[in-house]
Ligand binder design. Structure first.
Ligand SMILES: Cc1cc2nc3c(=O)[nH]c(=O)nc-3n(C[C@H](O)[C@H](O)[C@H](O)COP(=O)(O)OP(=O)(O)OC[C@H]3O[C@@H](n4cnc5c(N)ncnc54)[C@H](O)[C@@H]3O)c2cc1C
Length: 532
């Protein structure tokens, strides 16, 4: 007998096995049973904080080994068809894994460096304010996912197999907790070794990965509906290589500005895509915990935090003329310097697996569409230029040394430069600037109104210790590389497969990985049809 039940228990009973067993007994009427928690979620909407648990109850022992996931790869040999993949982010890596499952040989070209070599470039960013345009927080092995926060929740359940992605991540070294937590999180400290394990598995099973290799050109056939060859530059010696190409997956992420320009230059059809831009807001984590967990004093906070993780929040405000929302909230996190070029400031957030930094930061962003930008001639790159202009303005406002312009949130809503700034996790540092001077009026005014609304929902959101850091500009791609829904190939080029975040078909690690697998499956189908 197997039965799935849902129960709620007081938060302080989460580790009390006897208590949980008693509740199950009461719910099922069973005297002897085994159980396993399938999903765990915190409900802190009221002062009566609870854990909601989805539980598998069985009269047989539930062996964790039964749930072990083992990938099944086909053997790759000289006759295997080759799929070229540009980009070794979550999309490119999971596309490669799916290729191996289908018996296709993946060859990945990644402009950035390996996880290990990338670290030196990250240190140069935080310590010296120097950005390497091909190796940074967004570019390199694992893409933007490697030094990301590693939050794995996604709303993409209709797009593909979330469980398979999570199982793969556990197989590569993530904690099995990600299979049960309602808001799974890996943490920046754990992601690099997982990414290295993915790379080793791809290579051991017949795939190839070339780091410091950048796609710089594409050559089309006479009818301009197929890619004949790709041109790749080996960045370690600047040599160029023209390579015949049967299938090309573009998994280059939303920060690959030169790639968008190349496609546009080649007259490969692109579209404008709605996106969002705003700021990062940082509070003390204890402050956010106190608001979200209804703490009455420090003792109450200490008690609750001994059972509950650092609190998170999700905020949305929509009015007739704008929409603003929280994005990628990082409890116990750090604001990361995510610029991919030397003359821009870009922020995002990460946190270690324990989420034990004293700050909580979140993107608060405003939705941008064609109307906002007055894009009447439907220029596909207008969003890209808009984003670039804001990032460059913030670079200048910060003093051209990668310091980010910042303001106390209390001053932001009063449109007043802050006399001093509170401690902030962003490195290399922050400079006090009136952000209304470096953000477009529409974004500034929308954020101001949103903050006031958020403070009504979360009393204390606007508080003296909270700091606003600009800009948060890489939430999603401002360009779409359009493709057909069924076949996943580009609307004009039959062997080009725009993939994941950069193409406008994913947002986040899991959805990018899912899209990578979907695209590889589509290629597998296309290649088997072409053999018939
Ligand atoms: C600091 C930070 C924190 C984040 N936190 C989270 C989180 O908690 N949860 C979450 O779901 N998402 C998070 N994200 C977003 C997530 O990382 C991305 O959504 C995801 O990585 C997108 O995957 P992708 O494979 O589509 O593209 P990317 O990860 O962007 O990978 C694209 C790769 O393509 C390479 N490339 C680009 N152009 C070329 C070229 N011409 N030639 C060769 N290679 C090229 C790039 O170097 C890059 O490595 C975070 C991102 C950052 C930066």
């Amino acid at each position: 007998m197997n039965k799935v039940i849902s129960i709620q228990i007081p938060f302080h009973k989460i580790s009390d096995v006897e208590f949980i067993k008693n509740v199950i007994q009461r719910e099922t009427g069973l005297k002897f049973f085994h159980y396993s928690i399938l999903k765990k979620n915190i409900d802190a909407r009221t002062k009566n904080i609870k854990y909601s648990l989805k539980i598998l109850v069985s009269d047989e022992e539930i062996s964790p080994n039964k749930q072990l996931f083992l990938p099944k790869f086909k053997s790759i040999n000289k006759t295997s068809r080759v799929v070229h993949i540009i980009g070794a982010g979550p999309a490119g890596l999971f596309a490669a894994l799916q290729c191996l499952e289908a018996g296709l040989k993946p060859i990945i070209f990644e402009q950035g460096k390996t996880v290990k070599d990338r670290r030196r470039d990250l240190a140069n960013i935080t310590k010296k304010g120097i950005v390497n345009p091909v190796s940074n927080y967004c570019f390199g092995e694992g893409g933007a996912g490697t030094y990301s926060d590693g939050k794995l929740y996604t709303r993409s359940d209709k797009r593909g197999d979330i469980v398979k992605v999570l199982n793969y991540l556990v197989y590569f070294g993530a904690s099995p907790d990600i299979l049960t937590d309602a808001h799974p999180h890996i943490g920046t400290n754990k992601l690099p070794s997982i990414i290295e394990n993915i790379r080793n598995t791809i290579i051991q099973n017949g795939g190839e990965i070339f780091f410091s290799h950048q796609l710089v050109d594409l050559n089309l056939n006479a009818t301009k509906d197929k890619i004949k060859t790709i041109v790749v530059r080996n960045l370690s010696n600047e040599s160029l290589h023209e390579i015949p190409c049967e299938y090309l997956i573009l998994a280059t992420g939303h920060s690959a500005t030169p790639l968008f320009l190349l496609l546009h230059d080649k007259k490969i059809y692109l579209e404008f895509k709605p996106f969002a831009i705003g700021v990062r807001v940082e509070h003390h984590q204890e402050w956010i915990d106190s608001i979200q967990y209804h703490c009455v004093n420090r003792q109450d906070w200490e008690y609750k935090r001994s059972y509950l993780p650092p609190a998170r929040y999700t905020l949305v405000h929509t009015s007739s003329d704008f929409s603003a929302y929280s994005f990628c909230m990082c409890p116990g996190g750090i604001i990361a310097p995510c610029a991919t070029d030397v003359n821009e400031v870009v922020t995002n957030g990460w946190s270690p697996s324990k989420r034990n930094n004293p700050f909580a930061n979140s993107g608060i962003v405003v939705a941008i569409n064609q109307k906002t930008l007055n894009n009447t001639d439907a220029n596909p790159l207008v969003g890209l230029y808009y984003r670039q202009a804001i990032e460059q303005k913030c670079f200048e406002a910060g003093g051209k040394n990668l310091f980010a312009p910042a303001q106390r949130i209390t001053d932001f809503v009063k449109n007043k430069t802050s006399a001093s700034l509170p401690d902030c996790s962003y490195r290399p540092g922050v400079l006090s600037v009136n952000l209304s001077e470096c953000l477009p009026e529409y974004i500034y005014q929308s954020l101001k109104r949103a903050f006031i609304q958020f403070d009504k929902k979360m009393k204390g959101f606007i508080s003296e210790q909270a700091v606003v850091v600009a800009p948060e500009s890489r939430t999603s791609s401002p360009v779409r590389i359009p493709r057909y829904k069924q076949t996943y190939h580009h609307v004009q080029i039959k062997n080009l497969f725009p993939c994941a975040e950069g193409a406008g078909y994913a947002g986040g690690i899991v959805s990018a990985a899912i899209d990578g697998m979907n695209v590889a499956q589509a290629i597998s189908l296309m290649s088997s049809n072409s053999l018939e």
